[in-house]
Design a protein around this ligand. Structure first.
Ligand SMILES: Nc1nc2c(c(=O)[nH]1)N[C@H]1C(S)=C(S)[C@@H](COP(=O)(O)OP(=O)(O)OC[C@H]3O[C@@H](n4cnc5c(N)ncnc54)[C@H](O)[C@@H]3O)O[C@H]1N2
Ligand code: MOO
Length: 439
């Protein structure tokens, strides 16, 4: 063993011990903190966690406004209106959404008003245009005559066929939220409706914990980029794509770095180059016991260990560079790297985000087929297809493909991981199992 390799392994009498999944996760999360808040433009804050309570600065809506295209009227004027005996009112003008100057509606008068337009002084209710003749003196209409035809539709008067109640079709000032009311609580994850609310109350920016920036590097001289021909003995680099997509899915900003060849100096330089834009570095491959295990060779700050899990036995974790950026070194087998991401990298991203769920949901489900064998002493994560049940009963889960960690197609056909505990070596058909949901 070279001196570099000696430093790269957990030290002491314990160095060959096998770590449990939770010990490794706890060790990692013990070094991870939510990122420092920053002020972001609204759309850049999507999916981020709000740092402060946000209050409504001015009432929402800010003024009484119409919820219908119609006529602003006085109640008394239309109280006795019927189809046979309509109220006939003088139309004094148009009020469009955005109007600043409002005509006052006096007795016997109506103002044509559009949805969202401010209700004018004197206007006590809005009668929808469908309750009127639209000013055309030809019975009820279904739409308003357009602007070009004049506010009164030609006659200067409108016939109203139904009475209206005070405030009918008027959305009052503050009916959504009053000034000073709590709009969003600190800790809220900003989804589309929350971003809409912030915009509605006039906020252009908001203080949130930013998305962690994850740099994904794959290692291996056998790797060829998709789109290029894979020559003899070579394969396409799928891990860097899968892991970058997984990082985005977890809420991170992810940068995929093309595969780095199995050369320690090249890998070290590539990692150091990336540190400037990384809150987390994820590598795939090069962590086992082979002669070309480059991550182990290059990253002396990383502690490499064996975990009691399958797939995903070899893992590394350390902090690199001036900012002690966390680096998670995942095994290269495609299923191993993805399962490791879900178990270890996703919680790191979610912890840095500072809110929301850290882990994928874990449910119980019946496994009608059972599991023929599972290695003793290792927690197995089998790929599965989970179907929820219609009622309160547990759903079902069916294994997809075998246990081997090169089965990329089966992984892509699964939506869950069946968790078989360390002490269980077989699952009888029809037994309940733990299932980690991946969607
Ligand atoms: N003698 C032993 N050999 C191995 C052991 C062991 O304990 N003793 N552990 C096995 C296990 S478990 C795993 S997992 C792998 C981990 O190996 P590495 O992390 O060093 O990964 P590589 O050797 O670089 O690659 C493994 C496998 O995955 C393919 N690969 C790698 N990168 C990619 C990528 N970006 N896209 C697609 N496929 C990739 C690579 O070609 C190999 O087939 O070690 C076992 N060996
Ligand atoms: O642990 Mo390896 O990750 O089984 O293929």
């Amino acid at each position: 063993m070279s001196s570099t390799a000696a430093r790269a392994t957990d030290q002491g009498p314990d160095q060959d011990r096998v770590w449990t999944v939770s010990e490794h996760l706890d060790d990692i999360l013990g070094h991870i903190h939510p990122l420092e808040p920053i002020e972001l433009q609204l759309l850049d804050a999507q999916g981020c966690v709000l740092v402060d309570d946000i209050t409504v600065p001015v009432a929402l809506p800010p003024f009484d406004n119409s919820s219908m295209d119609g006529y602003a009227v006085r109640i008394a004027d239309v109280a006795a209106a019927t189809r046979d005996h309509p109220a006939v009112l003088t139309v004094i003008g148009d009020i469009a959404a955005g109007s600043g100057e409002l005509p006052a509606v006096g007795p016997g008068e109506a103002a044509r008003i559009m949805t969202g337009a401010p209700v004018p002084p004197g206007g006590q209710a809005v009668v929808p245009v469908e309750w009127t003749d639209g000013g055309l003196d030809n019975g009820p209409v279904t739409t308003m005559p357009t602007r070009g035809e004049g506010p009164d539709g030609g006659s200067g008067r409108v016939r109203v066929y139904r009475p209206a109640k005070e405030g009918q079709h008027v959305r009052t000032r503050g009916s959504d939220a009053g000034a000073g009311e709590l709009a969003l609580r600190a800790g809220t994850v900003l989804g589309p409706p929350q971003i809409g609310l912030l915009a509605a109350i006039g906020r252009a920016t908001v203080k949130v914990r930013p998305r962690p920036r994850v740099v994904v590097l794959s290692t291996g001289s056998e790797l060829v980029q998709p789109g290029e021909e894979a020559g003899p003995g070579r394969i396409h680099d799928s891990n860097s794509y899968q892991l970058t997509a997984a990082a985005r899915d977890a809420g991170a900003i992810a940068y995929r770095v093309g595969a780095v060849a199995d050369d320690a100096a090249t890998l070290r330089a590539a990692v150091e180059d990336q540190l400037l834009r990384a809150d987390i570095v994820v590598t795939s491959g090069g962590v086992s016991v082979g002669a070309y295990d480059v991550v182990k060779e290059a990253m002396h700050e990383v502690r490499f260990r064996k975990l009691a899990m399958q797939p995903g036995k070899p893992q590394g974790f350390g902090r690199v560079g001036r900012d002690a950026t966390p680096l998670l070194a995942l095994p290269g087998n495609p299923v191993s790297s993805y399962v490791s991401f879900e178990l270890f990298v996703r919680p790191v991203i979610r912890t840095m985000l500072g809110g929301g769920e850290i882990h994928r949901p874990l449910v119980r489900a019946v496994c009608p087929e059972g599991v023929e064998s599972s290695p003793e002493g290792r927690r197995q994560f089998l790929r599965g297809w989970y179907e929820p049940s219609a009622g309160a009963e547990p759903g079902t889960v069916t294994p997809v493909g075998g246990a081997s960690s090169h089965l990329i197609k089966a992984m892509a056909q699964a939506n869950a991981l069946i968790v078989v505990p360390e002490e269980v070596t077989a699952v009888a058909p029809g037994t309940d199992v733990d299932v980690l949901l991946l969607t």
